[in-house]
Design a protein around this ligand. Structure first.
Ligand SMILES: [Zn+2]
Length: 109
């Protein structure tokens, strides 16, 4: 499953950056009608857990971001994914496990 996903991620250009918006009320005006829709923050969607990765201005406050994972597929040798820092290890582990299973299956054929 994860190997298939890695292949599909290799086909896309790069993880999509999304923008969260919020309504900002103008000063001295509490009427909702006048509220403006403004940008709140940008985020990626984690390819592992599908939750938001908020893009903080200071990188040391970020919980994740764009990562290149060495992975041979088609004419590429890496796949770009959006990941939380904590999601990198489990993803690499899953890939390793699946590659191992595939090797066993190939040998038994
Ligand atoms: Zn995650």
């Amino acid at each position: 499953m994860w190997l298939e996903r890695m292949k599909s991620w290799a086909d896309r250009e790069k993880p999509i950056k999304c923008t969260k918006k919020k309504y900002e009320k103008e000063d001295n005006n509490t009427r909702w009608k006048k509220a403006k829709l403004v940008k709140d923050y940008d985020y990626y969607i984690c390819d592992f857990c599908n939750k938001e990765i908020k893009i903080e201005k200071k990188w040391e406050e970020r919980s994740g971001g764009i990562v290149n994972i060495p992975f041979r597929v088609k004419n590429k040798d890496k796949v770009t994914v959006a990941l939380h820092n904590k999601c990198l290890k489990p993803l690499l582990q899953k890939i390793k496990e699946e590659e191992h299973e595939n090797n066993i299956c190939a040998r038994n054929k």
